[in-house]
Design a protein around this ligand. Structure first.
Ligand code: C5P
Length: 396
């Protein structure tokens, strides 16, 4: 595939449109020319003047503009680009794309184009989670549209969750990654990583020593092979990789919800160190020291995300779990593979003497249906590269 040199950027009408000014700047800095198309609603959020100035191009807005049609109509706008990017893709724009509408320049261009289309959705999280939007998303994916994000986080509407448009750098990275299709191009992979934090009360939580390093390295390695990676991470100490669809969560239950909303995927790698138990009592206030003595915590069991995904109606073709053991590593891991219903288990010895938990190296055994392979002690990045190559082979 050729490097993307010309992008037609359709800017939808959402607050995230402001990020498009930076996106245009970054694309041009990367040597990509940008032809901007604004929907009518987009002009409420960014002005055609600022878009035109940054793009160094005329801004196209009207389907029935005689001057524009004479110079550059909707067909021409498609022909003159290597890729159409829709950012922000609002719920309405996605619905109109999924329904094949053609009632303004943006939708007509999207219906008329034979070029690849990439969308960066952005909307309130309830709009994102609404079954109608999820239906439209599934339809757009089935139509071959590449979806970048959305990320989770604080939103302009004051809520927290999935719906934030991917950052301009993430969109630029996704566009750049198109030029180098690896063996996982066109495949969607879910990766979980990091610990979970299970609240005790509003200020305390139960955690574990996972740094998220191995899961992060795996997500990066899968991206490098061209996969679209949905990266669901607990509060890790290492930063997330670039170019993934990032979902930050805290608890096991949030992690499960994020994983289920990522389905369908081709493969899942569950590297997170999920807490097995959470505190059953909902302490709305900080537990105080006092004459009542030392508090007693009651626990309930967390959902097993790996087992749930392995038994799901939309089970990925390949499900990879991890087993951190401190004794009888291979026997325990093989039993875990059967119990959880996954295809492979990456097993390692995390006894403190190994220095693996939180360290930069890993010594793993890959347990599959046909037996156990012992891999040498390697940097976590190297374990990730090898595992990603095996995943690419399995999903080929
Ligand atoms: O049972 P154990 O925690 O040892 O299993 C480890 C594997 O199961 C890892 O892949 C981990 O991500 C996954 N797991 C999970 N949900 C849990 C516990 C573990 O997905 N509640």
């Amino acid at each position: 595939m050729q490097a993307t040199k010309r992008v037609t950027l359709i800017i939808g009408g959402g607050i995230a449109a402001y990020k498009c000014l930076d996106l245009i700047r970054q694309l041009r800095a990367a040597g990509v020319s940008v032809t901007p198309v604004l929907t009518r609603a987009a002009t409420q959020f960014v002005t055609p003047m600022s878009v035109a100035a940054l793009a160094g191009s005329q801004v196209y807005q009207d389907l029935f503009d005689l001057k524009d049609e004479a110079e550059m109509g909707h067909i021409q706008l498609s022909r003159a680009s290597d890729l159409i990017v829709v950012a922000p893709a609002t719920a309405d724009l996605m619905a109109r794309m999924a329904g094949g509408h053609a009632d303004d320049l943006a939708s007509t261009l999207l219906l008329a184009t034979d070029k690849p289309v990439m969308i960066a959705p952005a909307m309130n999280l309830r709009m994102w989670e609404h079954p109608a939007t999820q239906r439209n998303l599934a339809q757009l994916r089935a139509d071959g549209v590449q979806v970048i994000g959305p990320n989770s986080g604080d939103m302009a509407c004051g809520e927290y969750g999935p719906g934030r448009m991917s950052e301009p750098a993430e969109i630029v990275a996704a566009i750049a990654a198109r030029a180098t299709p690896g063996p996982l191009a066109g495949k969607r992979l879910l990766v979980t990583s990091g610990p979970t934090h299970e609240p005790i009360d509003p200020v305390r939580y139960i955690a574990n020593r996972s740094s998220g390093a191995q899961g992060t390295a795996i997500a990066r390695a899968l991206c490098a092979l061209g996969a679209e990676v949905i990266f669901v991470t607990g509060p890790a100490t290492v930063p997330p990789p670039d170019g993934v669809n990032l979902h930050r969560v805290e608890t096991a239950r949030e992690m499960l919800a994020a994983c289920l909303s990522a389905l369908p995927v081709d493969g899942a790698v569950m590297a997170a160190a999920v807490a097995d138990w959470r505190v059953a009592t909902d302490f709305a206030q900080k537990i105080k020291k006092g004459p009542q003595g030392i508090p007693e915590l009651q626990f309930s069991e967390n959902p097993d995300i790996l087992a749930t995904v392995s038994a799901h109606a939309q089970r990925p073709r390949l499900v990879v779990g991890f087993a951190a053991e401190t004794e009888n590593v291979i026997a325990h891991a093989a039993a875990k593979r059967a119990r959880k219903g996954c295809d492979w288990i990456v097993a390692n010895d995390v006894s403190p003497a190994t220095g693996i938990m939180g360290g930069s190296e890993n010594a793993v055994h890959l347990i599959t249906a046909t037996g156990a392979e012992d891999w040498p002690r390697l940097p976590k990045s190297e374990v990730a590269t090898r595992l990603a190559a095996r995943i690419a082979e399995a999903l080929a």
